[in-house]
Every structure is written in structure tokens, then in C-alpha cells.
Write a protein that binds this ligand. Structure first.
Ligand SMILES: Nc1ncnc2c1ncn2[C@@H]1O[C@H](COP(=O)(O)OP(=O)(O)OP(=O)(O)O)[C@@H](O)[C@H]1O
Ligand SMILES: [Mg+2]
Length: 293
């Protein structure tokens, strides 16, 4: 979490959209008019149920899909080229949802971590690069001996640590953490979150932290955006969102968080999730259907 009042805007997202062409010439509006700012050193949580567009939002910001409306340090990222494009690619990294699928099984851990350094011509001297890989392994809680092993030799939690080391290898400022813990054992999840928080403090990182789990996001985020079928329906400071949720969808998500006390849990009402929203154009309620005719 941000521990100062530094309000420099690092990432400015305005009217971000990503539509996919789908069957019968229809369009799936995976991300539809999403806007937010993230200040330097801050963590913004992005939550919502499966398929609401969280990953697509992250991938679009980072340039994996072509985007308009993304500014990084005041620069329009779509218009960057040459050196400036490299500068953005180096500074904005992503940690992926699935630590099993995101690491190349044919590469050693050392090569996976060093790959980004080579792409950006960092540590060109092989000895220095090897030393840097070992430092990064230590930073994420692994051993230097792990550099010579392959991803299949590691547990899910360890693989996610390798993914974190790979992202850190190019010394980024901003990291999109796309559900970095959802594929992990519950017992390991807190360790990885704590590692990410420690790294944020030590390296002054800025995060967009994507998750399903509102309770985890509260722990790590300064502010939280609640995403629902391609839209951000509510954005608030973390504490405010939990103590005073405004949107019915946020209330439904909060009511679905399990309470550790079985008696309270049994008596609790889980609110239904409404499948309609207030239309911005005609002020009527429409069924939410992200597929446009
Ligand atoms: N490359 C693609 N082509 C077509 N549709 C896509 C593509 N990628 C994602 N989608 C669709 O866009 C919508 C949003 O997907 P996205 O992966 O962003 O959701 P998500 O919120 O990250 O879900 P989860 O929590 O399950 O990871 C989904 O309906 C998905 O099927
Ligand atoms: Mg996703």
C-alpha cells in the first residue's frame, strides 16, 4: 500500500474499450468504457466475477491488445515508438494468473528470469547477469541452485515466485498482478501476497492487483474498482468500499465472502447478483448482456 501522500499519477486510463469479434458477426464488449488513475506507489485492486473483463483490461493496458486511452507518466502509450515503446514495455510488467501455463517448460528458471534482461539489454555481461538472477531468486525467497532447474520441478507457489522474479528482472515501476494467487493452495496464498507487499515497499512498486476475492484485495489495496460485465460499477478507497458499499453488485460480492464463524455464516443472507444495470442513455434498467447486436 502507498505509505505517503505522493499523488503523482503513474497510469491514467480513460474510456478504455476492448471489443472482441465473436460468432455471427457479433461483438463481445469485454471492456467497455473503463476509466481510472493509479498514483505512484499505490495499489489499485480490480475485482469482479469470472469473465467480467479483468484480464482483458490488464492485457489492454500493457499493450498486448491495441488500446487508446492509456497514458503512462503522461505519455499516450499507443503513440509510443522506438525507445519510448521499449521504455514503457520495460516499466510495465505483468504477473500472470496461471503459474503453470505462463512459464516455458523447456527453459531453465535462470533463462526464464534472464530473458527479459536480454531483451532490454540489461546486464549484458554473462557473469553479472547470472549474479543478478541469483539476487532475484533470493529476493523472491528461492535458492540460487534453483536457476538450473525446470519449471515442472516446482510447486505452484514456487512457480509464482519465479514469475515474480521474471517480472522484477527488468526493474519495472508498475506491475499488473493478474490473480497471482487464485491458482494456489490457500495456505500458500498469504505468503505470496506478503511477498508482493514486501517487494512493493522495498522497490517502490505500483500495482494493479486483479482478483476475485474481495477479502484479499482489501488487505493489499489502497483503492478498489469493482468490475461487472466490462464496466467499473464502483470505485472507492479500500476501507470505504467495505464499510459503505454503494452499488448493489458490490453489496452482493461482499455478502458472498465467507465468515469464519459457522453460526454467523449459516444465518447470513447472500444477496443475489442482479443481471441488469441502469442505462446511461435512457435511464431505464436493461438486462446486462455484453454481446451487442
Ligand atoms: N481473445 C479473446 N477473444 C474473444 N473473447 C475473449 C478473448 N479474451 C477474453 N475474451 C472474453 O472476454 C470476456 C472477459 O474475459 P477476461 O479473461 O478478461 O475475464 P476475467 O474477468 O479475467 O475472468 P477470470 O476471472 O475468469 O480470469 C469473457 O467473456 C471472455 O470469454
Ligand atoms: Mg482473468
Amino acid at each position: 500500500m502507498a505509505d505517503n501522500d505522493n499523488q503523482e499519477i503513474l497510469l491514467h486510463v480513460e474510456h478504455l474499450k476492448k471489443y472482441f469479434p465473436v460468432r455471427n458477426k457479433e461483438t463481445l464488449m469485454a471492456v467497455d468504457d473503463v476509466s481510472f488513475d493509479i498514483c505512484k506507489g499505490e495499489t489499485m485492486g480490480l475485482v469482479g466475477e469470472s469473465g467480467c473483463g479483468k484480464t482483458t483490461c490488464g492485457r489492454t493496458i500493457i499493450g498486448l491488445y491495441r488500446a487508446t486511452g492509456v497514458e503512462y507518466k503522461g505519455k499516450n502509450v499507443t503513440k509510443l515508438d522506438g525507445k519510448d515503446k521499449q521504455w514503457f514495455k520495460k516499466n510495465a510488467q505483468m504477473i500472470f494468473q496461471d503459474p503453470y501455463a505462463s512459464l516455458d517448460p523447456r527453459m531453465t528458471v535462470g533463462d526464464i528470469i534472464a530473458e527479459g534482461m536480454a531483451n532490454f539489454n540489461l546486464y549484458p555481461n554473462p557473469k553479472e547477469r547470472e549474479k543478478r538472477v541469483q539476487e532475484l531468486l533470493a529476493l523472491v525467497g528461492l535458492n540460487k541452485e534453483h536457476a538450473g532447474r525446470f519449471p515442472h520441478e516446482f510447486s505452484g507457489g514456487q512457480r509464482q515466485r519465479i514469475g515474480i522474479a521474471r517480472a522484477l528482472a527488468v526493474a519495472p515501476e508498475f506491475i499488473i498482478c493478474d490473480e497471482p494467487i487464485s491458482a494456489l493452495d490457500v495456505s500458500i496464498q498469504a505468503q505470496v501476497v506478503n511477498l508482493l507487499m514486501k517487494l512493493q515497499r522495498e522497490l517502490k512498486l505500483t500495482y494493479l492487483f486483479i482478483a476475485h476475492d474481495l477479502s484479499m484485495v482489501k488487505h493489499i489495496s489502497d483503492k478498489v474498482g469493482v468490475m461487472y460485465m466490462g464496466h467499473i460499477v464502483e470505485m472507492a478507497a479500500s476501507d470505504e468500499l467495505y464499510s459503505n458499499p454503494m452499488h448493489p453488485y458490490t453489496k452482493a460480492l461482499l455478502s458472498a465472502i465467507p465468515v469464519p464463524d459457522p453460526e454467523i455464516e449459516r444465518g447470513k443472507t447472500v444477496l443475489p447478483i442482479e443481471r441488469s444495470i441502469n442505462c446511461r442513455n435512457c435511464s431505464k434498467k436493461h438486462k446486462l448482456n455484453p454481446v451487442s447486436p
